[in-house]
Design a protein around this ligand. Structure first.
Ligand code: FAD
Length: 390
């Protein structure tokens, strides 16, 4: 798909910034005990992005959002380093939260909660998943156990959540809970003493600041005007957020895999074994060739789905297809990059080993591969029945 002139101009500026300014920070030791970049490091990078005019590059100065096809081009460039999305303020969960607030928030909520996020002042978190041991929401969000009820002018929320990316250190939370009317979403100032972080587990990935917290919500009181949209519409709003958010993960991680492939290609051309460069051994050359094919297929799948979202469609089916195709292709690419680089591939000398770990987690969040396939199979069944008069 062709890219507009404005997206090309923004994307080129972002690419130069990420390659020249951000990538040298990949060896910066400022990481927390979960190996995630610290807020001090991120704030320093954001300052540089602001100065370079590439902070929140997918949202324009008049508040409008690039189209999804344009966003795909720009976010892929921010992803060229695992630190790039953090520097440019296009990282999850902030990017998805900004999108949701931009589409569902009232003018007052946008002014209070969206503006600081777009300006890169503070992080946000999205509270949906609940611990498996409680029988709460996971792959099946309808199992949500966190409750909310109205008490005078406030909603009172109780429950437990887990895998809440960035909850530790976030300034804003979007919390999902169930009322009599159905699911609701609330905007919450953080930290709040009623939200107690139980622990932040060590996880395979390490790109997202604050890690993925397990927490208890104990009689959290939220003013009624901080409900996002209408009571009972929470799952519908989650759908508004989910398709673009899962596609933007594809965009950023495609950028990371493009870079990993470049690093593996460089290694295979310089390193020799058995009297010739590795790339001249068919086994290695074929791995890199397969990477090229998978990278192009991932790019095309993202562009296709982005084009569907740009028509105003929720793109539920298309984003499920794209998420599966892209995350599985990127997993193959990251694995081959590690393999091509031998022992060096599993060290932290390059970002290749981190990209491998990140993509492994990506096959689970924003819908595990099997859940997307299962919902696609249900659609195939529905369509078959409709076509056969059942
Ligand atoms: C790194 C990371 C970050 C995350 N960040 C957030 C966040 O910020 N906010 C948030 O709310 N959540 C977040 N999550 C949670 C994520 O959305 C859930 O992990 C995901 O929805 C799966 O839920 P679960 O872990 O409870 O798995 P389960 O529901 O227990 O499912 C386990 C496995 O069962 C299989 N399965 C389930 N249903 C089906 C089916 N219908 N057909 C076939 N197989 C099936 C799948 O293979 C699945 O992987 C994050 C998760 C990770 C790993």
């Amino acid at each position: 798909m062709s890219v507009s002139d404005r997206a090309r101009a923004i994307g080129e500026r972002v690419e130069a910034f990420v390659r020249d300014v951000v990538a040298p920070y990949e060896s910066d030791p400022r990481r927390d005990h979960h190996d995630c970049p610290t807020d001090e490091l991120i704030d320093e990078l954001k300052e540089k992005a602001r100065a370079a005019g590439v902070l929140t590059p997918h949202i324009l100065s008049d508040g409008s959002h690039l189209t999804q096809v344009e966003t795909a081009f720009v976010l892929q460039k921010t992803g060229l380093s695992p630190l790039g999305p953090l520097a440019c303020n296009t990282a999850a969960p902030d990017e998805g939260n900004m999108y949701l607030l931009g589409h569902v928030g009232s003018p007052e909520l946008k002014e209070r909660f969206l503006k600081p996020l777009v300006e890169g002042r503070g992080r946000s978190a999205f509270f949906m998943t609940e611990p498996a041991e409680d029988g709460g929401a996971g792959s099946d969000p309808s199992m949500m156990k966190t409750t909310c009820h109205l008490d005078g002018n406030h909603w009172v929320i109780n429950g437990r959540k887990c895998f809440i990316t960035g909850a530790e250190g976030a300034k804003v939370g979007i919390v999902m809970a169930k009322a009599e009317q159905g699911a609701c979403m609330f905007l919450v100032d953080l930290p709040d003493p009623a939200i107690r972080i139980e622990h932040v587990p060590n996880t395979i990935d390490s790109s997202m600041p604050g890690g993925h917290a397990t927490l208890t919500i104990d009689n959290l009181r939220v003013p009624a005007d901080q409900m996002l949209g209408e009571a009972g519409e929470g799952f519908r709003y989650a759908q508004v957020r989910l398709s673009p958010a899962r596609l933007s993960h594809c965009m950023r991680w495609l950028g990371a895999c493009i870079r990993a492939h470049e690093i593996a290609t460089d290694y295979a051309n310089r390193r020799e074994a058995f009297g010739k460069p590795l790339i001249d051994h068919e086994g290695v050359g074929f791995m890199l060739a397969e990477n090229m094919i998978d990278l192009k297929q991932a790019e095309l799948m993202i562009d296709w789905c982005a084009g569907v979202l740009d028509t105003g469609s929720l793109g539920t089916v298309e984003s499920s297809m794209a998420k599966v195709a892209v995350s599985e292709a990127l997993m193959r690419i990251a694995d081959r990059c590690v393999q091509v680089m031998g022992g060096t591939g599993v060290t932290d000398k390059t970002i290749v080993e981190q990209v491998f770990r990140e993509i492994r987690a990506f096959r689970i969040y924003d819908g595990p591969t099997e859940v997307h396939k299962w919902s696609l199979a249900k659609k195939i069944r529905r369509d078959w029945k409709a076509g056969h008069g059942h």
